[in-house]
Design a protein around this ligand. Structure first.
Ligand code: NAD
Length: 263
């Protein structure tokens, strides 16, 4: 499938590993020039070098903490200064801590709002003027299947990722006239470093194996396995491309059939 992404400029957030890295890999593989960001400069530089070598595309690493408004402004400004504009924004960040209503205090809520919701809002505030200047573009927000089927014990994630979907859906309507399409992607259990580390930690705690923990994770996944990060990256590349020209305001899960609802 031709995606027409060759030479486009993409900014992919939280991309030093996991789903962000996979999104950057997929877009660079289609010929995008890609800015990747995360807080860890050394890790980011390694990933930039690896992706550039794998794809032949230019990858610019920019260190930024997405919970800081000034960092977000500098990130978008650096992207536009370096590449002359912006066509595709992929928002992503680390997940908020797990916890139940009784264990989460006001400060935890505020930190999670900054990380999960306000990082997306601020990235859009900074990016939309540049997308408008290009005459259109794409915003793709990485959320979670929890926006369609809440996951027990993940109060902060369940509440705040749903807010991201509400923001996205509203933004899609407001930006439609500008030719800017806004969508969310909702990964299910996907084999990233984070999931592998969590499985190993749970296995050590329960004196079992990581394989046994993984088998428990996928017991409600009809396809019977974890997703691979590349499988989310492929959807993001499609949504970033001209091939998705009539898709906006949606949330599409990549979950092996995990979500039981029909919509
Ligand atoms: P990960 O921990 O492997 O990667 C997270 C990335 O975010 C890293 O690059 C990290 O450096 C970066 N990051 C974290 N906080 C940041 C900050 N404040 N500023 C800048 N960068 C920051 O996680 P992942 O598995 O790739 O997941 C990515 C997101 O998708 C998370 O929010 C996660 O909760 C969510 N998610 C993951 C899965 C899954 O199964 N992997 C499923 C659903 C949702």
């Amino acid at each position: 499938m031709q995606t027409d992404l060759q030479g486009q400029v993409a900014l992919v957030c939280a991309a030093s590993r996991g789903l962000g890295r996979a999104a950057a890999r997929a877009l660079a593989g289609e010929g995008c020039r890609v800015v990747i960001c995360a807080r860890d400069q050394a890790a980011l530089q390694r990933v930039a070098a690896d992706l550039a070598a794998e794809t032949g595309s230019e990858i610019l690493p920019v260190t930024a903490d997405l919970t800081r408004r000034a960092d977000v402004a500098r990130l978008v400004e650096t992207t536009v200064r370096h590449f002359g504009g912006l066509d595709v924004l992929v928002t992503n960040a680390g997940g908020p801590p797990s916890g139940l209503f009784d264990t989460i205090g006001e400060d935890d809520w505020r930190a999670a709002i900054d990380l999960v919701l306000m990082s997306v809002v601020r990235l859009c505030m900074e990016s939309v003027p540049h997308l408008r200047r290009r005459g259109g573009g794409r915003i793709i927000n990485i959320t979670s299947v929890s926006v369609k089927q809440p996951i027990d014990g993940l109060m902060l994630s369940n509440a705040l990722r749903a807010a991201v979907v509400g923001f996205s859906k509203t933004l899609a309507t407001e930006l439609a006239g500008d030719g800017i399409l806004v969508n969310c992607v909702a990964p299910g259990y996907t084999r990233t470093d984070r999931v592998t580390e969590l499985a190993a930690a749970t296995a050590a705690r329960e004196q079992t194996t990581a394989e046994a923990v993984e088998a428990r994770l996928v017991q409600h996944v009809p396809l019977g396995r974890l997703g691979e990060p590349r499988e989310l990256g492929d959807l993001i590349a499609f949504l970033a491309s001209a091939r998705s020209s009539y898709i906006t305001g949606t949330t599409i899960q990549v979950d092996g059939g995990f979500v039981k609802g029909m919509m």
